[in-house]
Design a protein around this ligand. Structure first.
Ligand SMILES: N[C@@H](CCC(=O)N[C@@H](CS)C(=O)NCC(=O)O)C(=O)O
Length: 223
């Protein structure tokens, strides 16, 4: 089965690269170049009409949206999250959608506050996004301390890597140091991300994408 991932290092496609490496599924990378206009090119818009990565070309046709791709990969290959018949899937789906629909846009507002708000309101938007992200991380902290679900461990690593990549961006991308997210108040989230960044698959992707030795708990940008 040939899979092609449309990719830029340390963009959201890295979440899918991590999943592919975790399941050991061979894949090709299609490197995307923003400056060259690849996101607007007709051949890419035929894969994802929204012009965003990740997008994955599969034998079933193209798939886009991070959560959709993770669910498709898990249904096809297993090992990333609870199987469709596993009762734990109900809770997993709820938290996957929370991360995808709530945490992901909050992080985007924090790192690109001018996009929804324009340059004049950017600082205020980033400040609010950071406040909301801390609340959201608090929900995850409570989940981990009260339930320790298997689907937030490296045994089922899809959601942990998704969260790790989002929180790494929030921790190092905002230029204003006062508007950077810190894991410090969230020890259970930190322990979870520390376990995920240590998997052999995460180490391979960190090396390939230039994410540094501790991509989630001590993030560095690609060189
Ligand atoms: N909701 C999408 C968001 C994906 C997304 O925001 N991708 C960014 C890269 S991190 C992108 O392609 N940006 C290109 C652009 O904004 O034109 C998902 O979950 O996959």
């Amino acid at each position: 089965m040939t899979l092609t991932l449309y990719h830029c290092p340390d963009w959201a496609s890295t979440i899918i690269r991590l999943a592919l490496e975790e399941i050991g599924q061979p894949y090709q990378l299609h490197d995307m170049d923003w400056d060259a206009g690849d996101f607007d090119a007709a051949d890419f818009r035929a894969i994802n009409p929204l012009g965003l990565i990740p997008a994955l070309k599969t034998p079933d046709g193209p798939i886009f949206e991070t959560a959709a791709i993770l669910l498709w990969l898990n249904a096809r290959h297993g090992g990333l999250a609870p199987a469709p018949t596993d009762p734990a899937r109900a809770a997993f789906l709820s938290w996957l959608m929370f991360v995808s629909n709530t945490v992901h846009p909050t992080v985007m507002a924090l790192i690109h506050p001018d996009r929804p708000a324009g340059p004049d309101a950017a600082v205020e938007v980033a400040r609010l996004a950071l406040e909301r992200l801390a609340e959201q991380a608090g929900h995850l902290e409570t989940l981990l301390t009260t339930q320790s679900p298997l689907w937030l461990t490296p045994a089922q690593p899809a959601l942990g890597h998704y969260l790790g990549i989002l929180l790494r961006w929030a921790a190092y991308l905002p230029e204003d140091l006062n508007l950077r997210f810190s894991l410090a108040p969230f020890p259970a989230v930190t322990a979870t991300l520390s376990a995920h960044e240590a998997t052999p698959a995460a180490r391979r992707v960190s090396l390939a994408d230039g994410l540094g030795p501790y991509p989630y708990t001590a993030p560095e940008g690609p060189p």
